[in-house]
Design a protein around this ligand. Sequence first.
Ligand SMILES: O=C(O)CCC(=O)C(=O)O
Ligand SMILES: [Fe+2]
Length: 173
Amino acid sequence: MIFESYGVEKYLESNVKDSETAIHLIKYDPPPTNQPAAGVGANPHTDKSLLTILDFNLPGLEVLSKDQSQWLPVGPRPGAFTIFVGDQLKAWSNGRLHIAPHKVSMRGEKERYSYALFASPKNEAVVEAPKELVDEEHPLLFRPFKNMDFLRFYYSNIYMDNALQGFAGLAVN
Ligand SMILES: O=C(O)CCC(=O)C(=O)O
Ligand SMILES: [Fe+2]
């Protein structure tokens, strides 16, 4: 769908071949009982993936509004899924797709179990915007990079606010 909407479906097959999926099962502990405010389940982040699919049926997931003014609860809504665009797809789309920072807040006394399906480029795959998505009006925003090199950079700069920009950014965006 994404490839078609940009008229670059000819790259779909090679991109799928260069990607892999992994399912992560994630357990969050409840906040300490003496902590009145919500506990932190997952710190604010964007995903280091192309796409992430999450169960939409769990409370606690919050997404940062596009104007960055507030955290909005996502779901729960039985039977639905949440899909996040990851950093690598933002780079591939030359910045056309928005990556929404999200976090998990924990309330109550129960553990939270979630699962996430991450579709990511293979380690050796090069993330590069198709030439059709780059022109005078849309200059290249991220230099092409090997996925593994980006992940290495991210894990050694885990507190950096915008790892994609820090690693591969060519202009202010
Ligand atoms: O557990 C969730 O609902 C979100 C998990 C998440 O954002 C992630 O693993 O990247
Ligand atoms: Fe995430």
